[in-house]
Structures are given as structure tokens and as C-alpha cells.
Design a protein around this ligand. Structure first.
Ligand code: PLP
Length: 414
């Protein structure tokens, strides 16, 4: 690579060095890139891994100068994520910081179309949190006609697909074409699928957002976010500027941990997706379950979209428990292996009744299961046991209600 600072091919931004482009044989698969990208140069006694760099200032003369503008650990993580998504990544302090940075680029008063069935933090940020700054238009993004209509006069179409927690599949290529024709930018939150399961830039999106807190980092010990833009897009410079001036910078240790997590993402994603599919199949025929939602079990149009857009069906499924909210809560509280917790994408399987959160669109008895890397047999035994406990609680409650409703033989007036 040319080190000449006057070389017009090496632009110097005041907001940090872009992640170094690394020449890779194009034939390498994503699974390989997840392991090898962003490594230090091979040289005698050079470390195999980029160490976490703790620095608030750098010696003068380089493109970074100050810690809000860049960090070598960020660059390593951004290189890997950029290679996996097929663009240029910019890391942020959290998924919400990444989302806020994208919104900040939208003119005040503009309309942003958001999925009704998507991460509630995104809708809340547009609604109560910054009331009046932008107009939010919530829509079912899996209904292509409705979503396209909502794009009329809109600045941004924000998509989550598969949707969360209903796990329906939107037609991203069709939405991208129609939104672009109406002058709207298309942003896809790809947290649920990761670039191993879906690459929105290839499907026509302009930007990809990640909560790297989830599958990318993968161990429930890090909060981190990122935005990915196509190579050479102006958006990258603006995002770096927003990160630098907005101050939503990630800590080097968090980025280091996330980078370490990404190295095993292909293994974790494949394992957890296979397990999720098997659990979805078993739940679908369990008498205590009314409905399972998982792209791998989808039929009709949703199935065609899933097969066309996804590599694998992902690690998250939802199921509706017979008996509604009470029964679903009983299941979530009765598991011994599966962890009752919010969030998703960790090596440990987590479960949660989503409707307990205000603003969530999920049916009351819907449980979202984020499948991790435990043994499928152990997970199934745990879920089946919890469904059994919930059914027993339901039966006991029904008996109790029936007994209370039965009139006692008592003397009048007593
Ligand atoms: N996007 C999705 C799909 C999420 O699930 C979340 C968090 O749960 C976010 C964005 C926000 O990410 P973070 O918690 O890293 O700020």
C-alpha cells in the first residue's frame, strides 16, 4: 500500500482513518473471512490478533490524532464486518447509537417509515424520545403494497426482516426498488440474521444497521453497534463525523470482545440456526403450543421470500402458548436451562414474553426464543418440561376457578 500522505488515493479525513482495505482472494467464503479479516500483518513476532488499544490521544501526524476519531481496534472490527456485509462498516457505542446516527442524517420534519413489528426502541426513539423532530409512519413491512404506499413523501424506509418478534419476511428487493423510485433511502436492521444469513446491500438496501450486542459479539457481555454503507458511499464520512462529534464512540475493550465473538460467528450461527429449526418443528406439534413463527416453517409467499433472501433461517423463533399471557409467563419462569431474559443472540438460549414491553405488537401469549449453542436434546427437554408445568398451572387455576364458582350449600342469611 502507498504510504505517501499526498497520494490522492489515501484520503485523510479529520474524523479518523477508514478501515484499511485488505486485498483478499475473492474466492474466500464468509466463514473464512470472519476468521481471517482484520488481522495484523504477518511478520515475525507480530501478534496473531489485534490487541485492544487503550488510547485517548495519538502521536501527531497521522489521520486519527484523537480517540473520538479512530482506534485501531475499531478498524479491525470494521474491516471484518465490512467484508462480511460487502461494504464499509462504522462502529458505534451501541445499536441505538448506530440507529440515532442514521436518523441524525435525516432532515428535521422528514418522514421515516418504520416497521410496526420491529425493535421497539427504534419506534420509541422516533416517537416519544424526540417528539416532533421527524414524522414516524409505522407500517407492516411484509405487506409490500402498504409499505410502498407509506414511502410516498418519505425520506427513509426502515426495514427489519425477518420481523421481530413475529418473524415474517419482507420482500427487501421489491421494497428497495419502490422506495428508491419514491426518493427514499432504504435502511435494513440486520441484527437478527447477521451478514451470514442475509446481506441487505446485495438486496438493494442503502445502509445496514447492527446491534452488535447480539449475534455478532454473541456472548451477552458487550454493548456495541455498527452501520454498514456501500464502498465509496458518502454516508461513511458523514457517519464517522457524527460518531466523532456526537461522541457515541465504542470502548476498545467492547470492540475487542465483539471482534473475538465474530471469529466464531459462522460456527455459532450455523449451530444455533440448525437447533432453532429443530425446536421450531418440535414446538409446532406440541399440544401446549398454538402457533410457531419461524422463517424455516413459513409457507407460501413468506417461504419464497425466505428462500430467495436468506442463507439459513436464523437463530430466533417465536411461539404462542395455549392459555395466553399467564401460561406463557409460566413457561418462561419454569425453564431451568433456557434463561428468562430479554435480548437475543448469545451462546445461551433466552426466552421472553415480548408483550410485557409497552409498545410491543406481539400477541399476549407469544414467547420469543433466541436459540444459543446448547445441546438440542437438553433444550427440548427443558422447554417440554416448562410447557408441562405451565399446563399444570393452567389446569390447577381452572379447577380453582370452577370450585369458587360452585355455590356452597349454606343457610340463607348466614
Ligand atoms: N436493533 C435490534 C433488532 C435490537 O434487537 C436491538 C436491541 O435489542 C437494537 C437494535 C438496539 O441495540 P443496542 O441494545 O445494542 O443498543
Amino acid at each position: 500500500m502507498d504510504d505517501d500522505p499526498d497520494d490522492p488515493g489515501s484520503p485523510r479525513s479529520p474524523f479518523g482513518a477508514p478501515a484499511a482495505p485488505v486485498a483478499r482472494p475473492p474466492a474466500w467464503s464468509r466463514a473464512t473471512r470472519a476468521v481471517v479479516a482484520g488481522r495484523p500483518e504477518r511478520a515475525p513476532d507480530a501478534p496473531l490478533n489485534p490487541p485492544p488499544v487503550f488510547a485517548s490521544a495519538y502521536h501527531a501526524g497521522g489521520p486519527v490524532a484523537y480517540a473520538r476519531d479512530g482506534n485501531p481496534t475499531w478498524s479491525a472490527f470494521e474491516t471484518v464486518l465490512g467484508e462480511l456485509e460487502g461494504g464499509v462498516a462504522v462502529a458505534f457505542a451501541s445499536g441505538m447509537a448506530a440507529t440515532a446516527a442514521v436518523f441524525d442524517d435525516v432532515p428535521v420534519g422528514a418522514t421515516i417509515v418504520v416497521p410496526r413489528d420491529g425493535y421497539y426502541g427504534t419506534r420509541t426513539l422516533l416517537g416519544a424520545a424526540v417528539a416532533g423532530r421527524w414524522q414516524a409512519r409505522a407500517v407492516d413491512v411484509t405487506d409490500t403494497d402498504a409499505a410502498v404506499e407509506a414511502c410516498d413523501g418519505a425520506h427513509v424506509l426502515w426495514v427489519e426482516s425477518p420481523t421481530n418478534p413475529m418473524l415474517d419476511v419482507a420482500d427487501i428487493p421489491a421494497l428497495a426498488v419502490a422506495a428508491h423510485a419514491r426518493g427514499a433511502t432504504v435502511v435494513v436492521d440486520n441484527t437478527l440474521m447477521t451478514p451470514l444469513g442475509q446481506r441487505p446491500l446485495e438486496l438493494g438496501a442503502d445502509l445496514v444497521v447492527h446491534s452488535a450486542t447480539k449475534l455478532l459479539a454473541g456472548h451477552s457481555d458487550v454493548v456495541l453497534g455498527a452501520v454498514v454503507a456501500p464502498d465509496g458511499s458518502e454516508a461513511c464520512d458523514r457517519l464517522r463525523q457524527r460518531r466523532s462529534l456526537g461522541g457515541a464512540v465504542p470502548g476498545p475493550m467492547e470492540v475487542y470482545l465483539a471482534l473475538r465473538g465474530v471469529r466464531t460467528l459462522p460456527l455459532r450461527f450455523e449451530r444455533a440456526s440448525t437447533t432453532a429449526h429443530e425446536l421450531a418443528r418440535r414446538l409446532a406439534v406440541h399440544p401446549g403450543v398454538e402457533r410457531v413463527r419461524y422463517p424455516g416453517l413459513a409457507s407460501g409467499e413468506a417461504r419464497s421470500r425466505a428462500l430467495a433472501q436468506l442463507d439459513g433461517f436464523g437463530t430466533v423463533l417465536s411461539f404462542e402458548v395455549a392459555g395466553g399471557a399467564g401460561a406463557a409467563e409460566a413457561v418462561a419462569r419454569s425453564t431451568q436451562l433456557v434463561v428468562h431474559a430479554t435480548s437475543l443472540g448469545g451462546v445461551e438460549t433466552t426466552i421472553e414474553r415480548r408483550a410485557k414491553w409497552p409498545g410491543e405488537v406481539a400477541p399476549p401469549g407469544l414467547l420469543r426464543l433466541s436459540v444459543g449453542c446448547e445441546d438440542v436434546g437438553d433444550l427440548w427437554a427443558d422447554l417440554a418440561h416448562a410447557l408441562g408445568v405451565a399446563a399444570a398451572v393452567q389446569r390447577a387455576d381452572a379447577t380453582h376457578v370452577a370450585l369458587r364458582a360452585t355455590p356452597r350449600s349454606s343457610s340463607p342469611g348466614s
